[in-house]
Design a protein around this ligand. Structure first.
Ligand code: FAD
Length: 428
């Protein structure tokens, strides 16, 4: 018989949101023994974006403990020792296999029952597999995904055995783009394959995408667009040797990285909590359809006040802030209002770096020097500025576009906006 344990607060999942929740719990005075974090990963919470950036680089790669949360927000770095010192129970390498929100219990794969007074669901998301699109081969030893540190370690190993060889990257989102940059720096020939007309299709306009694609091509990356993978050639060792595309092309490959999207980890709560937009629906206090249960980060669908609609965001800043908001709502309910979040997303590759705020809805108005290193776009919807993108900005300029986007100023003259560019944001 395995004993059960009881906590006041339990965070299910040990990723980005969990780390920021822990920091906020401590700031608000959680007592020793009250908080437990359960994660199937064997590491204390870390800044996941590092995995596709510093972690894959050949020179001075980022390694734990350097990127434990909350260094990404310039806050304290929470090592396993920090959790211990604050009396926080870190249950690592342990998968929760079922949840009962009526009884307020979680059952772990090791057979332990953990009960809570308040639960924060921070289970994040998992990478979509090729099999879900009818292609086999995910179990080949040189086919890689990238969601957690174990995946990143595998990629590092495969990179080492592929130096000077060929990589095929499936998917033109940021995982594909960031991995491509690291592979190029590791002296691997990269071909990117995706079905859309340009990279980063969910965010970039064709004009913005063209800039990055040209930059990548100058670094030696080949783009094959408008087609998809149909099968792999696999040798007797279980290694992929080539990628076959639906348009008939065959690409020799020493390694493959697949970045084709994610699915939120909601399965433990299906039938128990209300879902929306593929995630767990919460109110402006990050509270689910059960009063004792909160959801944050990639798994949560929350009301974005600024847009007047429910969204599920898959970005690190949203994970950090939604987690802190949930803790505030739990520990100081009277003092906590509705979450008022400005969506923010960024990426860094090679010498490039961009930030995006708000919503890419309506018409895009491009500005700046697309043949140089500073340019961007504003999105104007129903006569108001709703989204801003900037490459190569200064700290002050990024702050200005964030502030301008939050204010949603009326735009009467798109040509004037185009002419002013960042100066428009600086003047708001
Ligand atoms: P996660 O950080 O995924 O944490 C979820 C945790 O829950 C994991 O540890 C998981 O193992 C655990 N878990 C799940 N189910 C169970 C279970 N049943 N039992 C126990 N544990 C469980 N965003 C940006 O804005 N900019 C970027 O540049 C950027 N780069 C990224 C690069 C990579 C490689 C990846 C993968 C993501 C990147 N993101 C980026 C997205 C960002 O990392 C996520 O939005 C963020 O991690 C979400 O935090 P989370 O806590 O909700 O989920």
């Amino acid at each position: 018989v395995v004993m059960g344990r009881a906590f006041v607060y339990v965070v299910l999942g040990g990723g980005v949101a969990a780390g920021y929740a822990a920091l906020e719990f401590v700031k608000r005075g959680v007592s020793s023994g009250e908080l437990c974090i359960i994660s199937d990963e064997p590491f204390a919470p870390y800044e996941r974006p590092a995995l596709s950036k510093g972690y894959l680089l050949p020179e001075a790669p980022a390694r734990l403990p350097s990127f434990h949360t909350c260094v990404g927000a310039h806050e304290e770095r929470l090592t396993p020792k920090w959790y211990k010192e604050h009396g926080i129970e870190l249950v690592l390498g342990t998968r929760v296999k079922s949840a009962d929100v009526r009884r307020k219990t979680l059952l772990t794969a090791t057979g332990e029952t953990i009960s809570y007074k308040f639960l924060i669901i921070a289970t994040g998301a998992r990478a979509l597999k090729l099999e879900e699109f009818g292609v086999n081969g995910s179990d080949a030893e040189n086919v890689c995904y990238l969601r957690d540190l174990a995946d990143a370690n595998r990629i590092v190993d495969v990179i080492h055995s592929s130096t000077g060889g060929n990589a095929v990257i499936i998917g033109g989102g940021y995982i594909g783009m960031e991995c491509a940059a690291s592979l190029v720096i590791s002296k691997i020939n990269v071909t990117m394959v995706f079905p859309e007309a340009h990279c980063m299709p969910r965010l970039f306009t064709p004009k913005i995408a063209a800039y990055y694609e040209e930059y990548y091509m100058a670094k030696g990356v080949t783009f094959i667009k408008g087609t998809v993978l149909s099968s792999f050639d696999i040798d007797f060792n279980g290694k992929v040797t080539a990628v076959n595309l639906r348009d008939g092309a065959r690409l020799p490959a020493d390694m493959v990285i697949v970045g084709i999207g994610i699915r939120p980890n909601t399965s433990l709560f299906e039938g128990q909590l209300t879902l929306e937009k593929g995630g767990i629906k919460v109110n402006g206090r990050m509270q689910t359809s059960n009063n004792s249960v909160y959801a944050v980060g990639d798994v949560a669908a929350f009301p974005v006040k600024l847009f007047g609609e429910t969204r599920r965001l898959e970005h690190v800043d949203s994970a950090r802030k939604s987690a802190r908001h949930a803790v505030s709502a739990i520990m100081e309910p009277e003092k906590t209002g509705e979450f008022d979040y400005l969506p923010f997303f960024y990426s860094r590759v090679f010498a490039l770096s961009w930030q995006f705020y708000g919503d890419n809805a309506g018409e895009a108005v491009h500005f700046g020097d697309f043949s140089g290193s500073k340019f961007g776009a504003f999105w104007v919807s129903k006569g108001h500025l709703v989204g801003s993108f900037l490459e190569g900005g200064t700290k002050e300029e990024y702050e200005a576009i964030a502030k301008a986007t939050r204010l949603k100023p009326a735009i009467e003259d798109a040509a004037e906006l185009e002419r002013l560019g960042v100066d428009f944001a600086l003047s708001v």
